[in-house]
Design a protein around this ligand. Sequence first.
Ligand code: KG4
Ligand code: ZN
Length: 340
Amino acid sequence: MGSENIYILGIESSCDDTAASVIHNGKILSNVVANQKIHEEYGGVVPELASRAHQQNIVPVVHQALSKANITKDQLHAIAFTRGPGLMGSLLVGTSFAKSLALGLNIPLIDVNHMQAHILAHYIDEEGFKKPPFPFLAMTISGGHTQIVKVNNYFNMDVIGETIDDAVGEAYDKSGKILGLGYPAGPEIDKRAQLGNPKAFKFTKPKVDGLNFSFSGLKTAILYFIQKETKANPDFIAENLNDICASIQYTIIGILIDKLKKASKETGIKHIAIGGGVSANSGIRQALKDGEHKFGWTTYVPKFEFTTDNAAMIAIVGYLKYQDNAFSASNVTASARLKL
Ligand code: KG4
Ligand code: ZN
């Protein structure tokens, strides 16, 4: 088996998206995601409903990934899957499916850490996207995660900062709930923020030591602010929505950039990559671009479909681990709190 012509199937099921992807060497041939709309009704992910939906989706999603890649399962060299971190019930569906498929096909199984995958998504071969050189700083920002990681090598990473309470996407979604917006609220707050005045209202940034983050205080500050203002004027939200969104976004981006600046200064690293669903945000993208001029950073933002939860990022880690002969034992288990 040469290492030049490798097909790997990646499977992701850590939260509320069931995803499968086929990678041929470093290039993605298919990247299929079944989003679970059911959670919108509840304003957040309901774990029990998520695992049930994974069970329904996983077979068709894998079929579609293989057929879009134009290969049969017999051509696969290995199965890579998300071992953790994530929701236990959701992880179990992907883990047992991957194990059975690898066993049935008699090919190696490769377990992947979801957080590592968000970072290594930058190593997918994709025209127009550059790969960060080691060492670099990676900031993963999504509905479930907020971390700054010093990436020394593919498999050697140090978490140097993380949230002590809510994730940044959660801060967007909870603020959106207070404002009466739909779930997830990040995209709408971002859209409205671009039409509003970021300095209209001032929210204090939390004081958190070192490179850690905190977002729960901001949510409470927004709640009290809105309660006070709507008491005086019941139409306050409707009359000021764009300005409120712009002010919230300005505060959140400020928090993220302050910590990135500190991390860059402390480590002396100026290559900065982002990943996770919130990296779609126009404010963070602009702030990173500004950082290139202001601080001499080189910044890396992956293609959108590789930033939200997806299986292409699992497949690329599978490919990198395959080359390293880093295979899993057949008794590997899902791990909800898996660390980097
Ligand atoms: O990575 P992702 O798809 O799923 C996980 O949470 O793992 O991220 C979803 C999160 C949600 O909280 C959503 O509100 C946020 O990303 N988000 C955004 C934007 N697009 C998605 N937040 C701010 N601005 C955006 N443009
Ligand atoms: Zn994620």
